[in-house]
Design a protein around this ligand. Sequence first.
Ligand code: C2O
Ligand code: CU
Length: 462
Amino acid sequence: MSRRAALIGCGATALADQPRPLRLAAAPGRAALRGTAFPETEIWGYGGRVPGPEIRARWGEPLQIVVENRLDQDTTVHWHGIRAPNAMDGVPGLTQPPIQPGETFTYAFTPPDAGTFWYHPHANSLTQLGRGMAGVLIVEEPEPILVDRDLVWLLADWRLSSDARIAPGFGNGMEAAMAGRVGNTMTLNGAVPADQRVRAGERIRLRLVNGALARIMALRIEGHRPVVVAIDSQPCDPHEPKGGRLLLGSAMRMDVIIDMQGEPGRRYQVIDDFYDGLAYPLTALAYEAGRPIRAQPPDTPLRLPRNPLPEPDLAGAERHELALQGGMMGGGALSGMGGMNGMATPGMDGDAAWAINGMSMTGDGHAGMPPLLTLARGRTCVLALRNQTAWWHPMRLHGHSFRVLSRNGVPTPHHEWGDTVLLPPKETVDLAFVADNPGDWMLHCHVMDHQMAGLMTVLRVA
Ligand code: C2O
Ligand code: CU
């Protein structure tokens, strides 16, 4: 299926007042993840495909998405990054009843922000996301940056057996207490990445989505200098990332502008070198042979218009600290587990391996998840996330986007916002947001095994 055919957004039609109902079926399917030399992989996906259809909406356009569950287990859809009303957030038990097999649920909301978002289940999500259920949702700015092409790379990480089946063993307790289920096969938009054809001189907006269960990525493009213009769908000051590396924890997105200033006919690798000693070429930019389409990069601006996000009021903020605890020590010994509620030896299947402020909420969204904190609606909250563990955690707060104020007390540059913030081991990150979206919101690690094994809590805005 061509990418064009996969667009179910509004395309060329005029913006209507009435939402166009879109339909998404959560269903089993097959995908040629590793190409034609291998058997097709049995996956679960939206429309039975990986990735699910790309949803494109214009800013201000109401969306109505009817989700039908053709799986044999409960599911929901979470619209990651969209500051939707609580009832549309897709967390089973917390914000809606799960969608049972054979049932449908209609999600209806108007995304308040433009940007690059994605959708995935929030029921049994370690397995459901790990079997392929994910898609990209793009809300177009009224005045986007002028580019020649707008590309989306949904990156996913699979653990496949030699005959291209999805390996069993989701929820392995040992992995849950370590880096999570990191796979062995990367796909780009649902296939093992082939070379990406580009033309010399063109300006591309590349929307990167880390749709992996656990894998963290640090992407470098040989000979190129991508400029980051948005992180997690929120515009930032346009900047070249440190060391030229685009660092993406699970669930994070980055919009980058790349001027293709390479030589016609040449090939430039895109390398992921996040894990020490495990760098690999993810894909390559393959230049066509023709003359550059322009001599110089365009001088049109790279700054995206801001979204309607309230700026936090730091002086009047309420402050809270959340300590991330547990997990194995890097060398295999257990870290300080003493005194944590309900925490057994990490690494045993189904038991908690992690905690937030001494409490482990395990599994996925479910009924009866009590809020750890209640935040006053409309007030700014500064959250200090203190990673006391030996592992990296991409921490996700639902319902809001936050300013990333500082790391280990050092202010962050580029006016960075996010909805998922990647914490290195032992780092403390200060976030700030106006708690303006009422309801009970999950806060959890997006390494799915970590969430399932206790790195999850709930914040109430009331
Ligand atoms: Cu992708 Cu609970 O989020
Ligand atoms: Cu984690």
